[in-house]
Design a protein around this ligand. Structure first.
Ligand SMILES: [Mg+2]
Length: 267
């Protein structure tokens, strides 16, 4: 059972949980480095094309300033408010063009998981049930999962359509019901304190924040945004969950899996 206000004990954590729910972006792979930077440039270009009254370089620089200052605010709306739009252009359409270019794009085929993540997932799968809950545009997220080849690691995956108002909290609840999971024996792993960490804490689940990615500078604004564990890299979970101690066994199982090709194609 998750303690209410005590420090997490590394030694016993693995015996406290049955299942891990992973976020995808900036948790298992470097979305910020591999996808967000190009998407940001395309988004700014699309807004200018639709009538934002700014040069590309100015808009890009201002976008970075706004995001650093207030990552929770709507960045397209702020850019339109700051620069205005060309005569005859529609402000809403300019904002929407920026959003679409940012969120609904084809994913480059060269994306890869963070170093060590395939090993982490393979080791974790030998001890726990693994789930993936990722939000954004479901078709884009699905594309990422396919390109990364990670589906076989997960018992179930949920694609939360954030554009339709769906939430990770609802997705966590549905998963616990569908798979008869006991919320206090679930560990949620993600980078967003205002999304998966907050939702999981509210449901009494264990939480691990991966402090990286474009939202790493978010400040905690409520108790529910404070994670039980904070890691600089998701592979630190190997130590937290004692997976390294069973390395020999896990490696042996992996080799068996390789033979039966369950995981062989993933590495
Ligand atoms: Mg994320």
């Amino acid at each position: 059972m998750k303690p209410t206000s005590t420090k997490v004990k590394r030694k016993t954590l693995s015996s406290e949980i049955d299942a891990l729910i992973f976020d995808l972006d900036d948790t298992l792979f470097d979305t910020n480095g591999q996808l967000v930077q190009p998407a940001t440039r395309e988004s700014v270009a699309a807004m200018i094309e639709m009538g934002l009254k700014a040069s590309f370089d100015d808009a890009l620089a201002q976008r970075a300033v706004f995001f650093q200052q207030a990552p929770r605010l709507d960045i397209q709306e702020r850019l339109v408010g700051h620069f205005g739009v060309q005569e005859g252009s529609d402000a809403d359409a300019v904002e929407e063009a920026g959003r679409l270019a940012f969120y609904q794009r084809n994913v480059e085929s060269h994306i890869t998981l963070f170093e060590g993540c395939y090993d982490l997932l393979a080791l974790a799968k030998t001890r726990f049930q693994l789930f993936l809950v990722t939000s954004g545009s479901p078709s884009t997220q699905r594309q990422k999962v396919d390109l990364l080849g990670i589906e076989p690691f997960f018992t179930d995956m949920t694609f939360v359509n954030s554009g339709n108002g769906e939430t990770k909290k609802d997705a966590f609840l549905q998963l616990t019901e569908r798979h008869q999971l006991n919320a206090p024996r679930v560990l949620v792993v993600g980078d967003r304190i205002d999304r998966e960490i907050s939702a999981a804490n509210q449901l009494g689940m264990w939480t691990c924040q991966i402090a990286r990615g474009e939202y790493r500078h978010l400040k905690v604004t409520s108790a529910s945004e404070s994670a039980d564990i904070v890691c600089a890299h998701v592979t630190e979970l190997i130590g937290w969950l004692g997976l390294n101690k069973s390395k020999g066994t896990a490696a042996h199982r992996l080799r068996q899996d390789d033979k039966s090709s369950t995981l062989g194609g993933l590495r």
